[in-house]
Design a protein around this ligand. Structure first.
Ligand code: GLN
Length: 299
């Protein structure tokens, strides 16, 4: 009879490796990174602590919870929804299935808006008012508000649940009192109203996936991210078409329009903007994959 049936507990490092392997077997692409994020989340520790304590035993009491996290990730839940967080422009934002997970290329849109707006307003004694349409988790509006404490920032979304999340994120980054949140579809809340503010800078990362392409998206996206944040109608261009046609009904034409677009959509979107108004310049910003990802119109 073997009385010595107690296995030595795995160390933190072994637990991570075993978890990563399990995720890899399940076809998860970023298995190592995801296993690490899940482990840090479960233990409530930072990466620095993990690197310091990697030889420590993994707490036996957490084994079940660990297996549960691995199971959720293996069956397609995005790691960001499991841990409830994603970094954007160096700051942590809370996310849930009510909002799209922030993407790294959207940081380039924030950066372009900061640069171009700064340049245009350099000689002005006024401060710009920026509207972020379809704010989702609030990343664009909040990042701009934090980076430029004098700017006026408005964030809108059709989804009430998204606005709840965006407000929480604004609170987390201490700009809750500086960002005005508005519920409504695209530009409709801002049209024809005498009481509406002048919008100087119009930013948006709207839904742009053609409806029929949605079934072909990765399982993580298709089954977990909000359809409202993805579906851009038949050709994916409906939100741009609509916003461009609404521009003339704003109190005045924004001096800057800065939109994220899907692959291959930049020319069409620039065309809608040209039809809608006169611009001094329309430029495209490429993402890390070399895709024309942002359309910036300047007046
Ligand atoms: N503005 C948010 C982002 O850039 C949400 C975009 C969306 O839901 N389409 O992530």
């Amino acid at each position: 009879m073997n009385l010595d049936n107690k296995q030595a507990p795995l160390t933190l490092s072994e637990t991570w490796r075993q978890g990563a392997e399990q995720l890899r077997q399940a076809g998860v692409e970023e298995a190592d990174a995801d296993a690490e994020l899940l482990l840090l989340y479960l233990l409530g520790i930072s990466k620095t602590v993990l690197l310091r304590d990697w030889r420590d035993p993994f707490p036996v009491m957490r084994v079940e919870a660990w297996n549960d996290l691995l199971r959720r990730r293996s069956t397609g839940a995005p790691v960001q929804y499991i841990i409830g967080e994603q970094y954007f422009y160096g700051r942590a934002f809370e996310v849930s299935e009510a909002v799209l997970i922030p993407r790294p290329e959207t940081e380039l849109l924030a950066e372009a808006v900061l640069d171009v707006t700064e340049r245009i307003w350099k000689e002005c004694s006024t401060v710009p008012t920026v509207l972020d349409v379809g704010t989702g988790s609030g990343i664009l509006a909040i990042t701009l508000a934090v980076e430029r404490p004098l700017w006026r920032v408005i964030a809108s979304d059709l989804s009430e649940d998204a606005l709840v999340m965006a407000k929480r994120n604004a609170g987390r980054h201490d700009v809750a009192s500086r960002v005005v949140f508005v519920q409504g579809d695209l530009l409709s809340p801002f049209l024809d109203g005498a009481g509406c503010p002048d919008i100087d800078v119009l930013v948006s990362n709207p839904p742009y996936i053609p409806s029929l392409d949605i079934p072909d998206l990765q399982r993580e996206v298709r089954e977990h991210e909000p359809r409202l944040a993805l579906d851009g109608g038949d050709d994916g261009l409906n939100p741009y078409r609509m916003m461009a046609s609404q521009l003339s009904r704003l109190k005045k034409l924004p001096r800057i329009v800065a939109w994220e677009v899907g692959a291959g959509q930049a020319e069409d979107v620039a065309g809608f903007l040209r039809e809608a108004a006169e611009w001094d310049e329309i430029r495209f910003v490429k993402d890390y994959a070399g895709i024309e990802r942002h359309v910036i119109a300047i007046k």
